[in-house]
Design a binder for this molecule. Structure first.
Ligand SMILES: Cc1cc2nc3c(=O)[nH]c(=O)nc-3n(C[C@H](O)[C@H](O)[C@H](O)COP(=O)(O)OP(=O)(O)OC[C@H]3O[C@@H](n4cnc5c(N)ncnc54)[C@H](O)[C@@H]3O)c2cc1C
Length: 356
């Protein structure tokens, strides 16, 4: 029998950041993942941004999340000896003079000034910004595929990674913990992301409202440099004239893959912000594991013994997971309080059902 402290199910952004955090605090983990089934992290653009630009509001717990993010990803780079954390300025292109004024007012405010520079009018060649633009500070991008591969490779060195589907029906109580075949653990944590959100996991978790997203890659007629242009959608320069454009939102068609309708929407967006020519070279879709009340699901499973949930990251897994993993692991290690608003139990009460 092999013993580990925690079994983690799912090796997307959530499972990888949580695995690292548990190990940082001295716990051992066994990570199960079926990379081929990943419907969310493999499509993620990897951006982080603490401000909801459309409403000029800070994201929930933005300051604490930014602090954790700037600590954890560089540590993970050191741990894996791989580079995937990249500061990248986001340039908000204003729709009108009102947005420009609102930006100026916010950039002076102490709560926003760490994240917003003053409005600027000089924009890269070919970018259309008739009402000017503002640059953000402290924004950036994680190369998600590199990070996931790096963590999985690192865990393989100590036999801590299993590339297989985890079958919840085989989990048994074992002393004060759980047993899964010849593996015993203190507890098991579901980081099943989109699979759970789409009800494709045999562990029922309530409260999801999944959101489909699509991105296209375009070849521009000249290079955008390393910039992210944001005007409703984003366009990220990836070098050699390549740019990633996204992301869309839809609440259906989860199993239908990329759609012509959203491709047209994204190509129209490029025409709005880019005065040169371009050609679309690829198109992908994925599903965000979003939650009805827009808060993640972090805490004990409402009915399953020694089973925990770390999911519901919606469209902000990069920003939220370092902070949320820290709160969960500190709860395990020191008994500190969990975030009340994230407990999975709240969704069972809301729906009145007892999911198991
Ligand atoms: C188009 C698009 C763009 C996005 N852009 C961004 C962005 O710029 N920034 C950002 O922060 N977020 C972005 N997101 C959201 C982000 O992708 C998700 O929040 C994030 O990927 C969720 O990660 P996760 O690890 O919780 O779940 P997932 O990515 O779904 O990973 C779950 C993993 O668990 C595995 N798994 C599930 N069940 C089992 C099982 N029983 N056994 C074994 N393995 C299992 C799956 O195969 C998968 O590998 C975007 C999403 C989309 C669709």
């Amino acid at each position: 029998m092999k013993y580990v402290d925690y079994i983690i199910v799912g090796g997307g952004i959530s499972g990888c950041v949580l695995s690292y955090t548990l190990m940082k605090y001295g716990a051992s983990v066994q990570l199960y993942d079926l990379p081929k089934a990943n419907k969310s992290s493999v499509v993620a653009s990897g951006l982080w941004n603490p401000v909801v630009l459309k409403r000029m509001k800070k994201v929930w717990k933005a300051d604490a999340m930014m602090e954790a993010l700037h600590t954890v990803y560089p540590e993970m780079e050191n741990w894996t000896d791989k580079t995937f954390f990249e500061p990248l300025p986001i340039r908000r292109v204003f729709h009108n003079a009102g947005e420009q004024n609102q930006w100026a007012a916010h950039s002076d405010h102490p709560s926003f000034s760490p994240y917003l520079k003053e409005g600027v009018s000089d924009v890269p060649a070919h970018v259309i910004a008739n009402h000017g633009s503002g640059l953000m500070k402290q924004t950036g991008r994680v190369n998600v595929s590199t990070m996931l591969n790096a963590v999985q490779s690192k865990l393989k060195e100590t036999d801590g990674f299993t590339e297989a589907e985890f079958d919840w029906s085989r989990v048994e109580s074992h002393g004060d913990g759980v047993r899964y075949g010849s593996l015993a653990a203190h507890a098991v944590i579901s980081c099943e992301g989109a699979q759970s959100a789409l009800n494709e996991s045999t562990l029922n978790v309530s409260g999801f409202a999944p959101v489909k997203g699509e991105v296209i890659t375009v070849q521009l007629d000249s290079d955008l440099q390393k910039e992210c242009i944001h005007q409703g959608h984003f366009m990220i320069g990836e070098g050699d004239g390549k740019a990633l454009v996204g992301a869309t939102y839809a609440w259906d068609g989860f199993h239908e893959g990329p759609s012509q309708l959203k491709r047209v929407e994204l190509e129209e967006h490029v025409r709005k912000v880019w005065s040169g020519s371009f050609a679309t070279t690829s198109h992908k879709s994925g599903v965000r594991p979003a939650v009805k009340d827009r808060k993640p699901l972090v805490g004990p499973h409402p009915t399953h013994h020694k089973t925990w949930v770390f999911n519901g990251m919606g469209s902000r897994a990069i920003l939220m997971t370092p902070y949320l993993a820290q709160t969960l692991v500190e709860h395990f290690m020191y008994g500190t309080a969990l975030l009340e608003e994230c407990l999975p139990q709240r969704m069972v009460k809301e729906s009145g059902s007892d999911e198991s």
